[in-house]
Design a protein around this ligand. Structure first.
Ligand SMILES: C[S@@+](CC[C@H](N)C(=O)[O-])C[C@H]1O[C@@H](n2cnc3c(N)ncnc32)[C@H](O)[C@@H]1O
Length: 278
C-alpha cells in the first residue's frame, strides 16, 4: 500500500492529539498488517548481534525498545543467557510472540515451539524477561547487572539528549568491558510506505521545518552515522565496530545542518559495537 507521507504525517498528528495509539496498533495489525510476523529467513540485524557477542559465553543481555513480537529475542535465546527486554510502552502482543516462536521452530532446528499463555511463560520457555512500561533512562537495575546490551532499529526514534542519558545509564548497568551492539536505520521512515520519495527525503528540511512532520508516535531524530560517532566518542565508549552502509543519493536540496561532505551522510543503515570502559 502506497501512503503519501504528508497524509501519513497528518494522521500521526491526530493520533497524538487524541492519543489514538490503540487504534493505530489495531490498524497496523488488522488493516495494513505491517506489524504482522513473517519470518522467512534470519534477519541480518539478529545475526549482527550474535556475531558481535560471539566472544561472550551465554551473556546476560539487556535490550531497550522491545516492540511487539520479540522475534529477535526468541532467535537470540539460542546464543544468549537471560535477556531482559524493556520498552517505554507495554505494547507486547502475545499472539505475535507465539507466531514468531512457531515460525522459528519451522526455520531453526534449535528452536522448539512452546506455546506461551502469559509474559511469565516467555521467560520460562525462552529466557526473555519482558518489562514494560519501563524507561531505560532510569532503569531499576543494579550497577554492572548485564554483560551486554542490544538495540535494534530503536535509537533513530529517540531524541539526541535522551540517547546521551541512556548511554550514561548503560555505562552504569553494564559490567566493565561489557559490550553494546546497536543497529540503526538512518532512512526517512516515511519513505518505507511512500514510493514517491527518496530514502533521505527528510534531510532537505531544517529542524524547524521538519518539526511539523515529526510526531511523538513516529518520532525520527534524523541523526547521521557521524552524529552517533560524535556522541559515543564524547561519552568515552571504546568503538570496536562502526559500519555505515546502504548508501543512497541525498536529496537535491540538503538542509545546511547536515554535513554534505561527510562520507557517512548518505548511509541508510549503521552498526556499532561499543565497549564499556569504566
Ligand atoms: C521501532 S521500536 C523497536 C522495534 C524492535 N526493536 C524490533 O526490532 O522489532 C522502538 C521501541 O523503542 C521504545 N523506546 C523508545 N524510547 C525508549 C526508552 N527510553 N526506554 C525504553 N524503550 C524505549 C519504543 O516504545 C518502541 O517500542
Amino acid at each position: 500500500m502506497n501512503i503519501n507521507w504528508r497524509l501519513k504525517s497528518m494522521a500521526f498528528h491526530w493520533i497524538d492529539v487524541f492519543s489514538l495509539y490503540r487504534l493505530l496498533s489495531f490498524l497496523q495489525k488488522h488493516v495494513t498488517r505491517r506489524s504482522n510476523v513473517h519470518i522467512s529467513e534470519i534477519a541480518g540485524e539478529w545475526s549482527t548481534h550474535q556475531i558481535n557477542f560471539a566472544i561472550l559465553k551465554k551473556p546476560i543481555v539487556l535490550e531497550f525498545g522491545a516492540g511487539r513480537h520479540l522475534a529477535q529475542n526468541i532467535y537470540l535465546s539460542q546464543f544468549f543467557g537471560l535477556q531482559t527486554v524493556v520498552d517505554l510502552f507495554a505494547m507486547l502482543d502475545l499472539d505475535q510472540v507465539n507466531e514468531a516462536a512457531l515460525q522459528f521452530s519451522q526455520l531453526c532446528s534449535n528452536i522448539e515451539f512452546k506455546r506461551m499463555a502469559d509474559i511469565a511463560d516467555i521467560e520460562r520457555n525462552y529466557g526473555v524477561r519482558y518489562l514494560a512500561p519501563l524507561d531505560v533512562r532510569s532503569a531499576p537495575f543494579q550497577d554492572n547487572s548485564f554483560d551486554a546490551c542490544i538495540s535494534t532499529y530503536t535509537l533513530e526514534h529517540i531524541p539526541e539528549e535522551d540517547i546521551i542519558t541512556i548511554f550514561k545509564e548503560l555505562r552504569r548497568v553494564i559490567s566493565p568491558q561489557g559490550l553494546i551492539s546497536a543497529v540503526i536505520d538512518y532512512s526517512d521512515h516515511y519513505s518505507h510506505t511512500d514510493r514517491e520519495i527518496g530514502a533521505l527525503n527528510y534531510l532537505q528540511y531544517s529542524a524547524e521545518e521538519f518539526r511539523r512532520f515529526n510526531h511523538k508516535v513516529h518520532y525520527q531524530n534524523r541523526l547521521r552515522h557521524y552524529s552517533y560517532c560524535n556522541i559515543f566518542d564524547a561519552l568515552k565508549f571504546k568503538v570496536l565496530r562502526s559500519d555505515a552502509y546502504d548508501f543512497v543519493q541525498p536529496p537535491a536540496k540538503l538542509s545546511p545542518e547536515f554535513e554534505r561532505e561527510n562520507p557517512a551522510l548518505c548511509a541508510t543503515r549503521g552498526i556499532f559495537l561499543l565497549q564499556v570502559e569504566k
